[in-house]
Each structure stands twice: as C-alpha cells, then as structure tokens.
Design a protein. Structure first.
Length: 503
C-alpha cells in the first residue's frame, strides 16, 4: 500500500513526458483475481508513475488474494472508494490533512454491504478536497492528500469533481468499478468528462452513515462503472436500509437486483423529453447530442422537444441549505470520530487551514467554509429547504414529466473537460446540463457516454422521477446498446487536436 506520508510528496502540476503503455482492455468475463493483478499493475504504472494520474490515494497489495477468496454476487470484483467514505483499513481524509489520521476502524454501512456481496475494497480514490465545498475558486480534482487528479483522455485536462479519482479509476482500468458521492454534480460531471457511466441515485437509496457529509438533503453515494449493467450491479450491492440514516427507510419497492430487466430493456414507445434550452450553444456538442437523439429514435423512443427555464429561486435557496447543513452535519460527523486530537467542528477545520495555509490554501481559500460557519438562521434555512426541494422536484421535474407526458428527461450532462488551472480555478460552462434540479430534489440522474469532442468525452443524461432509479437505469442500458457514436479511448497524454476526417 502507499503510505500516507508518501502521499504528501506527490507532484501537483508536473506531467511526465514518457508515453505509458496502452490501456489493458479486460474482458468482462475474465477471472476477477486475474483482472485484479492487472489493475494493480496499472495503478503502479499510471498512477504512481508514468502520467501520474493521482486517482488513487492508497491501495491494497493483498487485493489479489482477497479477490481470489471472495464469493457472492460480485465474486471478488474490485472497487475503489472515494476517500470521504469510511473503510476499516485506512484513514478517511476527505482529501484534507486535517483528517490524515482519521482511522475510525469502521466500515460505512454501504461498504459493509459491498463486502457481504463479495466485493473487494481495492483502495481509496482521490477527490476534490472536502467534496469541493471549501471555496468558490477551487480546482476540481485537487486535494492536499492526493494532489491533482488528471483526466486520462488528456492529462492536462480536468477530471471534474468531486468524485474525480473514482471516475478516472474506472476509465484507467484501476478497478472494476468505483463509488463516488454527489451533492450536486459530483458523480455525473466526472463520469461525463472521463467517459464512464455514473449514477446518482435517489437520495435514500444508499446509506450516508459514516460518509463525510455536506448536506443531509442532497448527499448520496453512487456507482461509477464502465457500463450501465456494472453500475446497476454495484448499486445492488451497496444499496439498502440503514436505521441510522432514516431516509433510507422511506425507499419503496426496492428490486432484488437493479440489473433485472436491463439486458432486454426497450425504448420502443418510450416518451423522452429533450431539454433543448439546456444544451448550450456549442455546435460540436449539439452535433454529438443530435446523434444520440437519432439513436434513441431508431430504438423506438418518441422524443418531445421541451423549451424550459427553471425558477432560479431554487439555486439560491439550495445554496442556503448547503451552507447551513454543512456546518451542522460536518460538526456531527467530526464529533463522532475516535481519538483525542481530531477536529470537532467546522470552526476547527477553518483554524487548521489557516495554520497550514502554505499547503492547504496555496491554490485557493476557504470562503465557503467561512460563510457556512456564519449561516446559523434555522428559520431561514427551513424556509429555503422547503422552497428549493419543492421547486426542483414538484414544480420542475415532476411538472415537466407530467405536462409533456414523458418518462424521462434527456440532455448533455456537461461539455468537454477544460484545461486544469490551479492558479485560476475551474472553468465550468454552466449553460450545459440539467443536473441541478435532480440533485436539489434528490431524484435519480444517470449519465452514459455518448461520444466525444476532439477526443474529450461527453455524456448523455437520463433524469427521472423520485424512486424511478430502476427505470432510469433500464433507459440508459437500452441507449447504450443502440449507441452508434465512436467513444474516445484514454491515451494518457496531453491534449492535441484530432486529425480532420477526410471524405
């Protein structure tokens, strides 16, 4: 395993110039322990060395033996876990030096479920520090613990966040699948720009106990994988009721397996709403999206064009919710940690960052932490929460599904990855995508690769009603089978313009 001490010396911005080996394409039917051997080799060659993707914080050298011995539905398949989810073997750091010694010795319930299903926890994945809630000018994929995560399709491009390492681990073949978490875009964005499947479940499908929190209203773990079927298989393993997370007790009619019906799911006669106002103005993205829409139509889907601008009140109110819940929820989590020297409040984290500003705040500050510490008006919070959830859910997604008589909404998830810039921070194109309402309301959101722009992946979103997770996965699997676009492959080099196709 990588030692925690060695992690702090990882270079933040330097890129190796040596050309790494081509990615190993593993047959899905291969013996899991043999795949594990190859994947550990991949980590050593591409994460520890070579392009230094910085996707993996720590991994288990004994994973091959554990994979060989495992039974159950997952049969020893390896999973990398975002490092804000507790596993008994390693510290859970959320990417921050403040939690470098956070060894709780406990598994989050979702991890216990994973192990019971025969999954092998291969290690911890890098992330945007504190799941990207520390400062407005942050660079996604950077943490003080793990450095800057790099996009395998172009290592000078951003991997998005906050589940950056989880997405990169899948496309770089470091693990069979990975677990991320999302508050607003933290699964779907990195999945889209790295060219993998990412699924943000309905809030309540997967337990949040022993997961470093931001928001009890919006937080959820979810699977990231190479295919919709693999994502559904992993979701089946990690989902379940948890008495310590009461919202999980409200999920109705959980299927035995979320893979059920995926293989023969059909789009014939399925009405899908096309969120045309949220496509953005990039002609190249529109072209890729229109190809995906044509694939859906050939599969029998009935596409319904929707021009819609959501009520912007929900964004401001959701922000109030995040600030209030961050202070409260992180405090509860920190006070649950064993050990005498651990931080116990958001105020402690703010003080730690100031004391260690040369490392923690070299690239960006902590204005969101400081704002959250001052957001204490419970009455205003409760009003904002009610308003945000109502607008995002009943008045936006539910209203659109009912008004246009459609089962799902579809839209490009994000644009292509931008150049990573630790000095200036992220360069999001906020005009693309419709993920925020699903995040704010706690509804399911699936992204599936739909093509690329100049070698940079872009994903297609499927958004459905609350608890329609299984149906959303079926729609994504059906699209995956009829997709005609050629997907890009990671080359582990810096981005270069693609050759112009000749007629």
């Amino acid at each position: 395993m990588k030692s925690i001490a060695s992690l702090f010396a990882l270079p933040l911005a330097a890129c190796a110039t040596a050309t790494p080996p081509d990615p190993s394409v593993m047959d899905v039917s291969i013996i899991p322990w043999m795949a594990t051997e190859q994947r550990i080799k991949n980590i050593r060659e591409r994460d520890d060395a070579g392009p230094q993707l910085n996707a993996v914080i720590v991994y288990d050298d004994d994973a091959v033996a554990k994979s060989r011995a495992a039974t159950g539905p997952l049969g020893g398949r390896t999973v990398l876990v975002k490092d804000n989810i507790e596993t008994r073997e390693w510290p859970t750091t959320a990417g921050s030096l403040a939690l470098a010694d956070n060894r709780t010795g406990r598994d989050a319930p979702l991890i216990a479920n994973l192990r019971r299903a025969g999954g092998v926890v291969l290690g911890k994945a890098n992330l945007s520090e504190w799941a990207n809630i520390r400062d407005r000018n942050s660079t996604s994929g950077w943490s003080a613990i793990g450095g800057l995560t790099r996009n395998p399709h172009a290592i000078d491009r951003n991997a998005c966040g906050s589940s950056s390492g989880s997405a990169v681990a899948v496309v770089a073949n470091f693990a069979w699948a990975a677990i991320g978490t999302e508050t607003n875009g933290s699964i779907t964005c990195p999945a889209s720009v790295n060219g993998v499947v990412g699924f943000k479940p309905s809030v309540g499908l997967v337990s949040r106990t022993h997961v470093v929190p931001i928001s009890s209203t919006q937080d959820t773990p979810g699977p990231m994988a190479a295919s919709v079927e693999d994502a559904a298989l992993l979701l089946t393993a990690i989902a379940g009721e948890d008495p310590l997370d009461e919202v999980t007790l409200t999920a109705p009619d959980r299927p035995v397996s979320y893979t059920e019906g995926l293989a023969n799911a059909s789009l014939d006669g399925v009405r899908i709403g096309v969120m045309r106002s949220q496509v953005g103005d990039r002609a190249d993205l529109v072209e890729v999206f229109d190809t995906a829409l044509a694939d859906l139509e050939r599969a029998g889907a009935e596409l319904v064009e929707i021009e819609f601008e959501p009520n912007g009140e929900m964004y401001g109110d959701s922000f109030t919710v995040l600030m209030f819940e961050l202070r409260e929820e992180i405090g509860k989590y920190l006070r649950s940690l064993p050990g005498e020297a651990m931080p116990r409040s958001l105020a402690d984290l703010i003080a730690f960052n100031k004391t260690n500003a040369d490392v923690e705040m070299r690239w960006f500050g902590q204005d969101l932490f400081e704002l959250a510490e001052e957001t204490t008006d419970r009455e205003a919070y409760e009003a904002a929460r009610e308003n945000a959830v109502r607008i995002a859910g009943r008045e936006t997604i539910d209203s659109l599904l009912n008004r246009y008589d459609v089962e799902f909404l579809t839209v490009p998830t994000r644009g292509p990855a931008w150049t990573s810039d630790l000095v200036n921070g992220d360069n999001f194109n906020g005009s693309i995508g419709f993920g925020a309402p699903a995040a704010i309301a706690g509804y399911p959101h699936l992204t599936v690769p739909m093509g690329h722009i100049e070698g940079l992946p872009v994903g297609l979103s499927f958004i459905g009603a609350k608890w329609a997770d299984h149906d959303v996965l079926k729609a994504g699997a059906a699209y995956e089978r009829v997709r005609t676009a050629v997907l890009s492959r990671p080359n582990f080099k810096q981005w270069e313009p693609q050759p112009i196709a000749k007629d």
